[in-house]
Design a protein around this ligand. Structure first.
Ligand SMILES: *Cc1c(COP(=O)(O)O)cnc(C)c1O
Length: 307
């Protein structure tokens, strides 16, 4: 199964746990999402599936991925843990929600996600009724009829307390995402004249000549800058000293993690990820950021970057 080198470990963890072979590939430096050319190079007769991640809330290049998958008869599983509510504008100009494009998609309701519950939770999405039926059994100990275990299943039900929280929050998801997008726009405006601070793109269709520039498709699970010719780790420390929480997603490429390192991997194939892990910094991003906070955060970063 082919997936991105630059993502949260959970994406690759499940592949390994299923006894399948994860094949990590490099990402695009502008979108941070899986590189389609790298996927193409990694496909072999043994490849079964592609797992694009809508990283930080921006859709992966799904038109190209779906084309490649149908060319090679592969299954596409979207990791939509960071992208719930995001749109993807296809080459035909039609908007579709991430998680509704591949054959199946998963999302997470972990409290830090755009739609969080009060503990752990998640969901699987598919338009395929037969597959939905199979999945409903697997998540409930392999039962399709009570106490008849037709397949080996797991306990992966959403408990009712979490479901209650999600039921109350779901109607507000678009408003939450709009609030994140508005904060992102203000950050980007503040940094626009600083060349060593590269702001994230909002475009979900980089591969198709940016027909979707400023399309508002991004849901900014994270607002992630790249800082160039700036000591990123010193900037993190400086922000922490000023009580500004920030994060480095992700500091180590998956191919270099102890659990997933493999002799198959050649460093030359991970040039972008190896660079990004040194440059990225994610700023505070949630639905309650006010102008005063954004102003303080951006001024603190700009002062550090220009000193
Ligand atoms: C959070 C996250 C997951 C896993 O979610 P859990 O609810 O912890 O299982 C998977 N993939 C990505 C990209 C994530 O950010």
């Amino acid at each position: 199964m082919i997936t991105a080198d630059f993502t949260f470990a959970a994406t690759v963890e499940v592949i390994a746990l299923l006894g399948l072979t994860p094949v990590l590939v490099d990402v695009d430096p502008v979108s941070f999402n899986i590189d389609v050319a790298a996927i193409r190079n990694a496909i072999t007769p043994k490849t079964k599936a592609i797992v694009p991640v809508h990283l930080f809330g921006l859709a992966a290049p799904m038109d190209e991925i779906m084309e490649l998958a149908s060319e090679h008869n592969l299954f596409v599983i979207e990791d939509n843990a960071q992208g719930i509510g995001a749109d993807y504008t296809g080459k035909n100009g039609v908007k579709i929600k991430t998680g509704a494009i591949g054959h199946v998609a998963s999302t997470s309701f972990f409290p830090s996600k755009n739609l969080g519950c009060y503990g752990d939770g998640g969901a699987i999405f598919t338009n395929d009724d037969d597959l939905a039926h199979i999945i409903r059994g697997i998540v409930n100990h392999g039962m399709y009829v009570r106490y008849h275990h037709d397949v080996v299943g797991v306990n992966s039900r959403l408990d009712s307390i979490q479901a209650t929280v999600l039921r109350a929050k779901l109607p507000h998801l678009d408003a939450y995402n709009t609030a994140r997008r508005n904060a992102a726009r203000k950050y980007t405006e503040a940094f626009s004249s600083f060349e060593n601070i590269i702001t994230p793109t909002g475009s979900c269709q980089l591969a198709a000549n940016s027909i979707c520039d400023n399309c508002d498709c991004h849901v900014f699970h994270q607002y992630t800058l790249r800082v160039v010719n700036i000591d990123r780790d010193a900037l993190v420390k400086h922000l922490q000293e000023n009580d500004i929480p920030c994060g480095v997603y992700y500091p180590i490429p998956l191919h270099s993690q102890k659990a997933y390192a493999d002799v198959r991997y050649n460093e030359d194939n991970f040039k972008v990820t190896n660079q990004l892990v040194k440059e990225v910094i994610s700023l505070p991003m949630h639905t309650e950021l006010d102008d005063e906070q954004i102003d303080f955060i951006t001024k603190t970063i700009i002062a550090f970057a220009t000193k």
